[in-house]
Ligand binder design. Structure first.
Ligand SMILES: [Zn+2]
Length: 334
């Protein structure tokens, strides 16, 4: 299986996340991706390649031009500047007007306190490049590929960032493939993929299915409820499966089988998997009990969809086991 990965992501490595418990070390750290790459590089099933370099205009299939300009410019000319920019003021539902200063635009384009750093834009651009190169790989005839993206993407919408996500890697790959046939986007990250859902909510070319911790108790809190089913021609093309705390292998696999049935009914030509491993038992951000054996079952079950599939890395914060868990998922899928 081809793996698309660039070490360039390491230029984005924020120090802290601000939580109700105070500042904590930033969970979405560079060691996550270097650990996954190390776990895969020692296995002959995987062939790690650098992604294509992409021009920012390739992002406009999904993202808003003003938003991209903001991300590209917020640290322009001061890449050596080390201070992180954390949005703290948000215009809320009415959105207000787009402010003139880049600093104020941070809150305008954010939905939480996810920070920006001097390296954020460069890292996000290479992550998007990994996903788009993975999509090209399927278009060239591969049955599967894996994009080792960091920062992750599924919380990012057309014109907003949050949840450690800036550019929606999986959505960019999905949109690219959707020009060639129907695409199912299966999000198995522990958290709901609100950005991805939002982007494809009114599409009948893309079927978005997510299995995640119930937003009644877990981030991102405002999206991911079972009655969110799409709008316009997209009605019925969004399905959410919120699950309770302590979800284990058996309940998860039953839900996954139901989700895969929905995908089968849609009859996609391509499948994108937003692969978050924060579903695993030891993950510090999750509270589920998925075992290594469960991860293997998930990989094997997803493969039964039987269509060209691109797996895109999302969350997963257990630095000790993340690499092994990803390898387990992909090996079982193969
Ligand atoms: Zn997550």
């Amino acid at each position: 299986m081809k793996v698309f990965y660039s070490p360039e992501h390491q230029v984005h490595d924020p120090e802290n996340e601000f939580t109700n418990a105070g500042a904590i070390p930033y969970p979405e750290c560079a060691r996550r991706a270097t650990g996954i790459a190390a776990a895969l590089s020692s296995n002959p099933s995987f062939e790690i390649e650098m992604p294509e370099t992409i021009a920012p205009i390739a992002l406009e299939t999904i993202h808003d031009t003003g938003y991209l300009h903001f991300l590209a410019q917020v640290y322009a000319g001061q890449r050596s500047h080390t201070v992180e920019l954390t949005p703290t003021t948000f215009p809320s539902r009415g959105r207000g007007r787009r402010p003139v200063t880049l600093k104020a635009q941070a809150g305008y384009y954010a939905f939480d306190t996810t920070p920006l750093t001097p390296g954020t834009w460069d890292a996000a651009l290479t992550a998007a490049g990994s996903a788009l190169t993975g999509a090209d790989c399927l278009l060239e005839g591969a049955r599967s590929a894996y994009a080792l993206c960091r920062p992750p993407g599924h919380h990012a919408g057309r014109d907003y960032f949050g949840g450690y996500c800036y550019l929606n890697n999986a959505a960019l790959a999905t949109e690219k493939l959707a020009a060639h046939g129907r695409v199912a986007l299966l999000d198995i990250d522990y958290h709901h993929g609100n950005g991805s859902q939002d982007i494809f909510y009114d599409s009948d070319q893309v079927f978005f299915v997510s299995i995640h911790a119930d937003p009644d108790y877990q981030y991102p809190l405002y999206w991911g409820y079972a009655d969110e089913r799409g709008k316009g021609v997209g009605v019925g093309k969004t399905r959410n499966f919120p699950l309770p705390p302590n979800t284990g292998d058996k309940a998860y696999i039953e839900t996954l089988d139901e989700a895969l049935h929905c995908i089968e009914d849609f009859a996609p030509e391509y499948l994108i998997v937003s692969a978050g491993l924060d579903i695993c038992r030891e993950d510090p951000l999750g509270d589920w009990a998925i075992t290594a054996e469960g991860v293997a079952q998930i990989g094997a079950r997803i493969a039964t969809a039987g269509v060209p599939t691109l797996l895109v890395q999302e969350g997963g914060y257990d630095l000790r086991d993340l690499g092994a868990n990803v390898r387990q998922l992909l090996t079982a899928f193969i």
